[in-house]
Write a protein that binds this ligand. Structure first.
Ligand SMILES: NC(=O)c1ccc[n+]([C@@H]2O[C@H](COP(=O)([O-])OP(=O)(O)OC[C@H]3O[C@@H](n4cnc5c(N)ncnc54)[C@H](OP(=O)(O)O)[C@@H]3O)[C@@H](O)[C@H]2O)c1
Length: 337
């Protein structure tokens, strides 16, 4: 079968290759074999290829934090999954054609969800959910503010917040991103830059904001801190600038801003298995009912993984790049350039 391997860390398009490897074999007790229908290329996957992600395994290694699979065979003792079920995999190494994993690591998803959308369910949607739920007690009508709002996580934040009756100010780097965010329920969109705090205050009518959500890092974190109220919480969960957060000490000392961080795995580990499955069921229902649909920029075959990662590494790209390792799936998305 075909799998993606990296044999050295470096520029993603230069280090990924599609290799022929032995298939995983038949499932043993408690195991499930599934075909990978689709996987997205997320920023963390690119950092993984560069060797700058928190996980840096010995090489060769197969990247891939998430995917959608279709069950091909179940081992003895597996009663809650059947051949043909669509599943997301809670384990990594998904840039491949087939995986063999313990059934307990799989979450079944409704088969009527667009496969490309379902392939993007494991990481970004629950990250948005925990960012909203775990760091501040917000009531309907309250505001939150986030940067990199046009990201996949950012879009889920907008939709989830809107469905809870929360209001969002969304900081983007390109003015044209505002239209799609407003369609998802964004209350306000502002372009990052000087006087950000004043423009955010204008957008909220000077209403204090008690939660700021940061995936930009660098001085962007400090600009976001300037937008939230005294004693409010600023949670950082990514760094699209590639820089560590920089925040003026006055925001911490004089205004009591609570600066904290969020990693999905740690937040899910604080929930029991039933709560995690409930969360995924809630998010999957939103996809099934098309209450949110993420843009897809292009879909590539696994043999073209180098072109796919190069495309994913481009800035100012509207929509995710996905790969369908076992051939095209019925879904939207442009054809590769
Ligand atoms: N902590 C966790 O557990 C966790 C979980 C999931 C994701 N994340 C993090 O969340 C972030 C977003 O992930 P995603 O998959 O949602 O991203 P995505 O959909 O690929 O979108 C990336 C976003 O970053 C913006 N961007 C890229 N470079 C930028 C720069 N230099 N300055 C300002 N904006 C920039 C892009 O803006 P344009 O739209 O203008 O191109 C785009 O909106 C990443 O940092 C990822 O690692 C963290």
């Amino acid at each position: 079968m075909k799998t993606v391997l990296i044999e050295r860390y470096g520029e993603p398009a230069e280090v990924v290759r599609c290799a022929e490897v032995a298939p995983p074999g038949a499932p043993g007790p408690g195991e499930v074999l599934f075909d990978v229908l689709a996987f997205p290329i997320n920023p963390a996957d690119l950092w993984f290829c560069r060797g700058s992600y928190r996980l840096r395994p010995p090489l060769p290694a197969t990247p891939g934090a998430e995917c959608l699979g279709r069950v091909a065979a179940v081992g003895p003792g597996v009663t809650d999954l059947a051949v043909g079920d669509h599943v997301i995999n809670l384990l990594r190494e998904n840039w491949t054609q087939q995986r063999l994993v313990p059934a307990t690591e799989l979450v079944r998803v409704p088969p009527d969800i667009d496969p490309l959308q379902a392939a993007m369910l494991r990481i970004n949607p629950p990250t948005a959910a925990v960012l909203i739920d775990d760091f501040a007690e917000l009531a309907p009508g309250d505001w939150l503010v986030q940067n990199t709002a046009n990201s996949s996580v950012g879009r889920w934040v907008v939709r989830l917040a809107a469905e809870r009756g929360l209001r969002t100010v969304n900081i983007v780097r390109r003015p044209e991103s505002g239209e799609a965010l407003r369609a998802l329920g964004a209350d306000a969109c502002v372009v990052d830059g000087p006087d950000l705090a004043a423009r955010v205050a204008e957008a909220t009518g000077n209403t204090p904001i008690r939660l700021g959500i940061d995936a930009l890092g660098g001085t962007g974190t400090g600009r976001l801190a300037g937008c939230i109220a005294d004693d409010a919480t600023l949670v950082t969960y990514g760094s699209m600038s590639g820089e560590d957060p920089v925040i003026p000490r006055g925001e911490l000392i004089y205004r009591g801003i609570h600066l904290t961080g969020c990693m999905l795995g740690r937040r899910l580990a604080k929930r029991d298995a039933a709560a995690v499955r409930d969360l995924y069921a809630r998010l999957a229902a939103m996809l099934a009912e098309q209450r949110i649909t993420l843009p897809v920029r292009a879909v590539y075959p696994i043999e073209e993984i180098a072109r796919a990662v190069a495309h994913a590494d481009e800035g100012a790209r509207e929509g995710k790049i996905l790969v369908t390792p076992n051939g095209p799936v019925a879904s939207g998305g442009d054809t590769p350039r």
